[in-house]
Design a protein around this ligand. Structure first.
Ligand SMILES: [Fe+2]
Ligand SMILES: [Fe+2]
Length: 271
Protein backbone atom coordinates (compact mmCIF):
# COMPACT_ATOMS: atom_id res chain seq x y z
CA UNK A 1 0.00 0.00 0.00
CA UNK A 2 1.55 3.28 -1.11
CA UNK A 3 1.62 6.11 1.45
CA UNK A 4 2.62 9.68 0.74
CA UNK A 5 2.98 12.55 3.18
CA UNK A 6 2.21 16.08 2.02
CA UNK A 7 3.89 19.02 3.73
CA UNK A 8 3.03 22.51 2.51
CA UNK A 9 4.09 26.14 2.73
CA UNK A 10 6.89 26.12 5.30
CA UNK A 11 8.09 29.61 4.19
CA UNK A 12 11.58 29.22 5.61
CA UNK A 13 13.42 32.50 6.27
CA UNK A 14 17.09 33.12 7.19
CA UNK A 15 18.29 32.54 10.75
CA UNK A 16 17.20 35.36 13.07
CA UNK A 17 14.36 36.57 10.84
CA UNK A 18 10.58 36.19 11.06
CA UNK A 19 8.24 35.70 8.10
CA UNK A 20 6.02 38.80 7.80
CA UNK A 21 7.85 40.13 10.89
CA UNK A 22 5.77 37.72 13.01
CA UNK A 23 6.27 34.02 12.32
CA UNK A 24 9.33 31.98 13.25
CA UNK A 25 8.79 29.41 10.50
CA UNK A 26 11.77 27.07 10.96
CA UNK A 27 10.81 25.54 14.35
CA UNK A 28 7.33 24.45 13.12
CA UNK A 29 8.88 22.72 10.09
CA UNK A 30 11.37 21.01 12.40
CA UNK A 31 8.46 20.00 14.64
CA UNK A 32 6.57 18.72 11.59
CA UNK A 33 9.56 16.56 10.68
CA UNK A 34 9.84 15.34 14.28
CA UNK A 35 6.09 14.56 14.39
CA UNK A 36 6.34 12.48 11.20
CA UNK A 37 9.45 10.64 12.42
CA UNK A 38 7.77 9.88 15.78
CA UNK A 39 4.68 8.54 14.00
CA UNK A 40 6.52 6.32 11.52
CA UNK A 41 6.30 3.19 13.70
CA UNK A 42 2.51 3.75 13.87
CA UNK A 43 1.71 4.74 10.29
CA UNK A 44 4.74 3.68 8.24
CA UNK A 45 6.34 2.68 6.08
CA UNK A 46 5.86 5.92 4.11
CA UNK A 47 7.04 5.79 0.50
CA UNK A 48 7.80 9.47 0.06
CA UNK A 49 6.88 13.00 1.04
CA UNK A 50 6.02 15.93 -1.18
CA UNK A 51 6.32 19.61 -0.30
CA UNK A 52 3.68 21.56 -2.23
CA UNK A 53 5.44 24.88 -2.58
CA UNK A 54 6.51 27.99 -0.72
CA UNK A 55 9.47 26.07 0.67
CA UNK A 56 11.05 29.44 1.38
CA UNK A 57 9.74 32.98 1.88
CA UNK A 58 11.98 34.80 -0.63
CA UNK A 59 13.68 32.02 -2.61
CA UNK A 60 17.24 32.82 -1.51
CA UNK A 61 20.06 30.26 -1.49
CA UNK A 62 20.39 30.76 2.28
CA UNK A 63 16.70 29.94 2.81
CA UNK A 64 16.92 26.80 0.65
CA UNK A 65 20.01 25.68 2.60
CA UNK A 66 18.11 26.11 5.86
CA UNK A 67 15.08 24.29 4.44
CA UNK A 68 17.26 21.36 3.34
CA UNK A 69 19.06 21.27 6.70
CA UNK A 70 15.74 20.90 8.53
CA UNK A 71 14.31 18.40 6.03
CA UNK A 72 17.51 16.30 6.18
CA UNK A 73 16.16 14.99 9.50
CA UNK A 74 13.05 13.55 7.80
CA UNK A 75 13.33 9.77 7.64
CA UNK A 76 11.39 9.69 4.36
CA UNK A 77 12.65 10.78 0.92
CA UNK A 78 10.94 13.90 -0.41
CA UNK A 79 10.40 15.87 -3.60
CA UNK A 80 8.90 19.32 -4.09
CA UNK A 81 7.11 21.66 -6.43
CA UNK A 82 7.64 25.44 -6.28
CA UNK A 83 5.20 28.00 -4.91
CA UNK A 84 4.87 31.71 -5.59
CA UNK A 85 7.35 32.49 -2.78
CA UNK A 86 9.99 30.28 -4.40
CA UNK A 87 12.36 31.36 -7.17
CA UNK A 88 12.46 28.62 -9.80
CA UNK A 89 16.15 28.81 -10.69
CA UNK A 90 17.27 29.23 -7.09
CA UNK A 91 15.20 26.17 -6.15
CA UNK A 92 16.65 24.28 -9.11
CA UNK A 93 20.17 25.16 -7.96
CA UNK A 94 19.38 24.18 -4.37
CA UNK A 95 18.24 20.70 -5.46
CA UNK A 96 20.63 20.21 -8.40
CA UNK A 97 21.97 17.05 -6.73
CA UNK A 98 18.50 15.43 -6.81
CA UNK A 99 17.49 13.17 -9.73
CA UNK A 100 13.91 14.46 -9.74
CA UNK A 101 14.88 18.09 -10.34
CA UNK A 102 14.69 19.00 -14.07
CA UNK A 103 17.86 20.63 -15.42
CA UNK A 104 15.87 23.28 -17.33
CA UNK A 105 12.34 24.61 -17.72
CA UNK A 106 9.37 24.15 -15.43
CA UNK A 107 9.83 22.03 -12.31
CA UNK A 108 7.53 19.23 -13.48
CA UNK A 109 8.25 15.60 -12.56
CA UNK A 110 6.66 12.17 -12.25
CA UNK A 111 7.41 9.50 -9.67
CA UNK A 112 5.96 6.00 -9.99
CA UNK A 113 5.33 4.12 -6.75
CA UNK A 114 4.02 0.58 -6.19
CA UNK A 115 0.33 1.23 -6.81
CA UNK A 116 0.20 4.99 -7.30
CA UNK A 117 1.95 7.65 -9.38
CA UNK A 118 2.73 11.15 -8.14
CA UNK A 119 3.00 13.96 -10.70
CA UNK A 120 4.41 17.34 -9.61
CA UNK A 121 3.59 20.46 -11.64
CA UNK A 122 5.14 23.92 -11.60
CA UNK A 123 2.39 26.56 -11.39
CA UNK A 124 4.62 29.55 -10.64
CA UNK A 125 5.06 32.78 -12.60
CA UNK A 126 8.28 34.77 -12.21
CA UNK A 127 7.58 37.88 -10.15
CA UNK A 128 3.84 37.19 -9.67
CA UNK A 129 1.71 35.56 -6.98
CA UNK A 130 -0.99 33.92 -9.09
CA UNK A 131 -0.85 30.42 -10.54
CA UNK A 132 -0.25 29.61 -14.20
CA UNK A 133 0.22 26.35 -16.11
CA UNK A 134 2.10 26.92 -19.36
CA UNK A 135 1.08 25.13 -22.57
CA UNK A 136 4.19 22.98 -22.13
CA UNK A 137 3.17 22.00 -18.58
CA UNK A 138 -0.40 21.22 -19.65
CA UNK A 139 1.03 19.10 -22.50
CA UNK A 140 3.35 17.36 -20.01
CA UNK A 141 0.36 16.47 -17.81
CA UNK A 142 -1.63 15.20 -20.81
CA UNK A 143 1.29 13.01 -21.92
CA UNK A 144 1.90 11.54 -18.46
CA UNK A 145 -1.78 10.74 -17.88
CA UNK A 146 -2.07 9.17 -21.32
CA UNK A 147 0.95 7.01 -20.54
CA UNK A 148 -0.44 5.96 -17.12
CA UNK A 149 -3.54 4.38 -18.67
CA UNK A 150 -5.86 4.62 -15.69
CA UNK A 151 -3.32 3.87 -12.94
CA UNK A 152 -4.12 5.71 -9.66
CA UNK A 153 -2.52 9.16 -9.70
CA UNK A 154 -2.00 12.13 -7.41
CA UNK A 155 -1.31 15.41 -9.23
CA UNK A 156 0.37 18.05 -7.07
CA UNK A 157 0.71 21.79 -7.70
CA UNK A 158 0.95 24.82 -5.44
CA UNK A 159 -1.97 26.97 -6.63
CA UNK A 160 -5.53 25.66 -6.13
CA UNK A 161 -7.74 25.81 -9.22
CA UNK A 162 -11.00 26.43 -7.30
CA UNK A 163 -12.33 29.38 -5.30
CA UNK A 164 -12.23 29.14 -1.51
CA UNK A 165 -14.25 32.24 -0.64
CA UNK A 166 -11.15 33.91 0.82
CA UNK A 167 -10.99 36.80 -1.62
CA UNK A 168 -7.34 37.81 -1.33
CA UNK A 169 -6.28 34.21 -2.01
CA UNK A 170 -8.85 33.57 -4.71
CA UNK A 171 -7.46 36.40 -6.82
CA UNK A 172 -4.13 34.52 -6.87
CA UNK A 173 -5.55 31.15 -7.82
CA UNK A 174 -4.72 29.11 -10.90
CA UNK A 175 -5.58 30.85 -14.17
CA UNK A 176 -5.80 27.64 -16.25
CA UNK A 177 -8.63 26.04 -14.25
CA UNK A 178 -10.66 25.19 -17.33
CA UNK A 179 -8.00 23.30 -19.35
CA UNK A 180 -6.84 21.58 -16.18
CA UNK A 181 -10.41 20.46 -15.40
CA UNK A 182 -10.77 19.13 -18.96
CA UNK A 183 -7.59 17.08 -18.67
CA UNK A 184 -8.41 15.68 -15.23
CA UNK A 185 -12.03 14.85 -16.02
CA UNK A 186 -10.93 12.85 -19.09
CA UNK A 187 -8.74 10.52 -16.99
CA UNK A 188 -10.24 7.07 -16.61
CA UNK A 189 -8.54 6.04 -13.36
CA UNK A 190 -8.59 7.26 -9.77
CA UNK A 191 -7.05 10.71 -9.52
CA UNK A 192 -6.66 13.25 -6.75
CA UNK A 193 -5.39 16.81 -7.05
CA UNK A 194 -3.41 18.24 -4.11
CA UNK A 195 -2.37 21.86 -3.56
CA UNK A 196 -1.02 24.34 -1.02
CA UNK A 197 -0.96 28.16 -1.01
CA UNK A 198 -4.01 28.83 1.21
CA UNK A 199 -2.42 27.25 4.32
CA UNK A 200 -5.78 25.71 5.24
CA UNK A 201 -7.26 22.23 4.92
CA UNK A 202 -9.92 22.70 2.23
CA UNK A 203 -11.53 20.04 0.01
CA UNK A 204 -13.53 20.46 -3.18
CA UNK A 205 -14.61 18.48 -6.22
CA UNK A 206 -12.87 19.94 -9.25
CA UNK A 207 -13.17 18.58 -12.78
CA UNK A 208 -14.87 15.54 -11.29
CA UNK A 209 -11.94 14.71 -8.99
CA UNK A 210 -11.28 15.43 -5.33
CA UNK A 211 -8.99 18.41 -4.85
CA UNK A 212 -7.49 19.07 -1.42
CA UNK A 213 -5.48 22.02 -0.13
CA UNK A 214 -3.09 21.13 2.70
CA UNK A 215 -2.66 23.17 5.88
CA UNK A 216 0.64 25.04 6.31
CA UNK A 217 3.24 24.07 8.87
CA UNK A 218 3.55 27.39 10.74
CA UNK A 219 0.67 29.77 9.99
CA UNK A 220 -2.67 29.93 8.19
CA UNK A 221 -4.42 32.43 5.99
CA UNK A 222 -7.20 33.85 8.17
CA UNK A 223 -10.65 32.35 7.65
CA UNK A 224 -12.39 35.59 6.66
CA UNK A 225 -14.86 35.41 3.76
CA UNK A 226 -16.12 38.99 3.91
CA UNK A 227 -15.90 40.95 0.67
CA UNK A 228 -12.89 43.24 0.86
CA UNK A 229 -11.48 41.45 3.92
CA UNK A 230 -7.80 42.28 4.49
CA UNK A 231 -5.18 39.65 3.70
CA UNK A 232 -4.26 38.33 7.16
CA UNK A 233 -2.43 35.42 8.72
CA UNK A 234 -3.20 33.63 11.97
CA UNK A 235 -1.11 31.23 14.02
CA UNK A 236 -3.56 28.35 13.88
CA UNK A 237 -2.04 24.94 14.60
CA UNK A 238 -0.05 23.56 11.66
CA UNK A 239 -0.56 20.17 10.09
CA UNK A 240 0.28 17.82 7.25
CA UNK A 241 -1.61 15.27 5.15
CA UNK A 242 -1.18 11.53 4.73
CA UNK A 243 -2.46 10.22 1.38
CA UNK A 244 -2.68 6.43 1.21
CA UNK A 245 -3.84 3.91 -1.34
CA UNK A 246 -6.29 1.53 0.35
CA UNK A 247 -9.29 0.23 -1.62
CA UNK A 248 -9.16 3.81 -2.95
CA UNK A 249 -7.26 6.96 -2.03
CA UNK A 250 -7.73 7.97 1.60
CA UNK A 251 -6.40 11.22 3.12
CA UNK A 252 -5.78 11.91 6.81
CA UNK A 253 -5.06 15.35 8.29
CA UNK A 254 -2.54 15.16 11.12
CA UNK A 255 -1.74 18.09 13.42
CA UNK A 256 1.91 18.94 14.12
CA UNK A 257 3.03 18.46 17.71
CA UNK A 258 2.78 16.12 20.66
CA UNK A 259 -0.50 15.70 22.47
CA UNK A 260 -1.64 13.95 25.64
CA UNK A 261 -2.48 10.26 25.23
CA UNK A 262 -2.95 7.75 23.79
CA UNK A 263 -5.10 6.21 26.48
CA UNK A 264 -7.29 3.09 26.23
CA UNK A 265 -10.94 4.08 25.88
CA UNK A 266 -11.77 1.39 28.47
CA UNK A 267 -9.44 -0.32 30.90
CA UNK A 268 -11.20 -3.70 30.52
CA UNK A 269 -11.41 -5.82 27.35
CA UNK A 270 -14.20 -3.77 25.69
CA UNK A 271 -13.42 -2.05 22.40
FE1 LIG B 1 2.31 29.92 1.30
FE1 LIG C 1 1.72 30.47 -2.02
Amino acid sequence: MTKIIQISDPHIVPHGQLAYGRVDTAPPLAECVATINRMLPLIGPIDMAIVTGDLTDFGTAEEYRRFRDIMAQLEVPYQAVPGNHDIRDAMRAAFSDQDWMPKTGAINWRHDLADLTLIGLDSTVDGASHGHLTEATLAYLREQLSDLKGRPVIVALHHPPFLTGIEKMDIQNLRESRPLAEILSAYTGELKLICGHVHRNIVSIFGGVVCQIAPGTSHAVSMDQRIGAPNCLTKEPGGFLLHEMRSGLVTHTIPIGQFDGPWLFYSDARE
